[in-house]
Design a protein around this ligand. Structure first.
Ligand code: PLP
Ligand code: COI
Length: 364
């Protein structure tokens, strides 16, 4: 049984009925179906972390001068709980999300939540709402821990009060097309992150600034925007919410190195390991847009895929930009290395293959 020591559970007085929930879980979509409960935990300069609990999911009331509404001092995480074959639930590398949450806190001048409290909060919510984990391939309970400046104060300085919340959303595939290849628009006009900025932190502001270029990508008929480095507009960085890998015709993989402008994806890290386990060379090195274009056209770059918690492994089929368009492979199906790594990752996450790296944390 999960310990609820720091997060006593106040059960929802009127949870969604079992029959209604089962109906909702048949086609959950992404990020629009939420469970009955949420975690809350407060921090203040005087009291530190306090008042943790799980209670009925409800709106949060805020004073209009709450600091986060003005200066965006906010961070979040994204992770999933999976249903295993034996009916139990499991998390995938939650220690990594806990560590990244602390790293994001440091960059945003916020207090660091101890990893044990972060993981206990997640486990308690999954335990309380485990019947919201949807059945079916590719489905999971998406967990969204986040923290924001809750102090009522308009001066510009780190707040002295924060609210940490975890909500959970039953999800299916992130992209409507499921595992079909997506198209990318490479932006030469907008950047996601600059040196010394917040690109390596998972803070809401990074996503706010990606929305206009994302809209531009949609208007060009593409699914996602691909960002280049801010200094030279030469080097491929990542998508608004996913890292990128390039598969070469010799079977080796390339992925952009972690700098302070790229989010250190946990899926990225796992796939580097799984690819090496399968005998592929993996290089974390800079790769330019121009080289990608040449290599895609010559066949040297045979496959490209995006990866992240929400997107898992999603093949890239076509690339468009103001500096040319090209196709990866046949543009319509996942390449063999992409498909193999996708299957290997999912098999571990769902408890269907040997977890030799100890990544799966079974609950209950
Ligand atoms: N890059 C960005 C900007 C993201 O938002 C995400 C998603 O969390 C990722 C990469 C992939 O990270 P992870 O694999 O940890 O989900
Ligand atoms: C995630 O993968 O968890 C993210 O936060 C990215 C977003 C596209 C949902």
């Amino acid at each position: 049984m999960t310990s609820h020591m720091n997060f006593p559970v106040e059960t929802h007085p009127q949870p969604v009925s079992a029959s209604e929930r089962e109906k909702l879980l048949e086609d959950p979509g992404f990020g629009k179906l939420f469970t009955d409960h949420m975690v809350t935990l407060r921090w203040s300069e005087n009291e530190g972390w306090h008042d943790g609990k799980v209670s009925a999911r409800r709106p949060i009331e805020m004073d209009p001068a709450t600091a986060v509404l003005h200066y965006a001092q906010e961070i979040f995480e994204g992770m999933k709980a999976y249903r295993l074959g034996d009916g139990s639930a499991a998390l995938f590398r939650p220690d990594r999300n806990a560590a990244r949450f602390r790293a994001s806190s440091r960059r945003l001048a916020m207090p660091e939540l101890p990893d044990e409290l972060f993981i206990e909060a997640i486990e308690t919510l999954v335990d309380t709402d485990s019947n919201w984990i949807p059945p079916g391939d590719g489905a999971a309970l998406y967990l969204r821990p986040f923290m924001f400046a809750s102090e009522v104060f308009l001066g510009v300085r780190p707040a002295k009060e924060y609210l940490f919340i975890v909500i959970a959303s039953s999800v299916g595939a992130y992209f409507k097309g499921g595992a079909a290849p997506i198209s990318l628009w490479v932006s030469f006009d907008y950047n996601r992150a600059g040196p010394g900025g917040t690109g390596a932190a998972k803070c809401g502001g990074n996503y706010a600034s990606s929305l206009l270029p994302h809209g531009e990508a949609l208007s060009k008929g593409c699914d996602q925007v691909c960002f280049l480095d801010a200094a030279e507009h030469v080097w491929i960085e990542e998508l608004g919410g996913m890292n990128l890998f390039f598969v070469m015709d010799d079977g080796s993989l390339v992925t952009p190195p972690l700098t302070d402008t790229i989010l250190a994806g946990i899926t990225r890290d796992s796939l580097i390991q799984l690819a090496r386990d399968a005998g592929h060379a993996v290089r974390e090195e800079r790769y330019s847009f121009e080289q990608w274009k040449v290599d895609a056209q010559s066949g040297r770059c045979a496959e490209t895929f995006a990866c992240g918690t929400a997107a898992v492994v999603t093949p890239v089929g076509t690339v468009k930009s103001d500096h040319g368009a090209f196709t990866l492979g046949d543009g319509e199906t996942a390449g063999p290395v992409t498909a193999k790594l996708h299957a290997a990752l999912e098999a571990i996450q769902r408890g269907e293959s040997n977890d030799s790296h100890g990544w799966v944390k079974r609950l209950g």
